[in-house]
Ligand binder design. Structure first.
Ligand SMILES: *Cc1c(COP(=O)(O)O)cnc(C)c1O
Length: 224
């Protein structure tokens, strides 16, 4: 099927109308991204800074670029001037760097805190304690050039639907709980970035507000 057809199938399958579709275009060439763009997609996700920056230069300016991968502090400067949302913030040090680069370009940069919800050891993300430490840290209210919009999580790669469901619902409960605490002004945990090609329907049932979908739109990738 073509990218256009994949997108239309995907949209039809969505059970949450307001859930934002982020097309994950990592490793995919410009013409493929343009095909999705011409089908109406404006939100694209990449997991490498250099690839994201190069594609942003070549593609229409009304695209909202999402940084979905692990971000190194020394690379924040390359995307700070234009990035729409950074999904994978997993340390205070990184957040401080984003704030600094936001200041330089006179922007308030939207971020999600990545939470470790999977059973696998390898996936990045904060545990409950680290998450609270960031959200309740005395420095955070002074950081005027970042805004924390919500949480991001990746479920375990498994065929066990119940495992995936409980991981997503756990993330949602955590977000709801935290929203009852006394959070600073630059935090409002509305967004839940969860769900990919294999598990987006479960994620939507568990309250996802944005799904990050690659292979179901663009086909399988040959490398990561
Ligand atoms: C690659 C990637 C996706 C998309 O994965 P698919 O299974 O191709 O939909 C989503 N989120 C992150 C963080 C990724 O790196």
């Amino acid at each position: 099927m073509s990218i256009r057809e994949n997108l239309s199938q995907l949209k039809k399958s969505f059970t949450a109308d307001e859930c934002l579709l982020i097309a994950v275009s990592k490793t995919k060439p410009i013409p493929a991204i343009l095909e999705a763009y011409e089908s109406g997609v404006r939100d694209f996700g990449e997991n490498k800074v250099q690839e994201l920056a190069e594609k942003a230069l070549q593609l229409p300016k009304d695209i909202r670029w999402h940084m979905i991968g692990h971000l190194q502090r020394n690379k924040v400067k390359y995307i700070a001037p234009f990035v729409h949302l950074i999904h994978g913030v997993d340390s205070m040090k990184l957040l401080i760097q984003i704030n600094k680069e936001g200041q330089k370009t006179n922007r308030v940069i939207s971020c999600l805190l990545q939470v470790h919800i999977a059973r696998e050891e390898t996936k990045f993300g904060l545990d409950d304690k680290e998450l609270r430490e960031i959200l309740l840290s005395p420095e955070l209210p002074q950081m005027k050039n970042v805004k924390i919009e919500g949480l991001m999580g990746m479920a375990t790669l498994t065929a066990n639907e119940q495992t995936i469901r409980s991981e997503f619902s756990g993330l949602r409960k955590l977000r709801d709980e935290l929203n009852h605490e006394d959070l600073p002004e630059n935090v409002s945990l509305n967004e839940l970035s969860m769900g990919m090609s294999g598990d987006y329907l479960i994620a939507q049932q568990e309250g996802s507000t944005m799904v990050r979908i690659g292979s179901a739109i663009f086909g399988e990738r040959n490398y990561h």
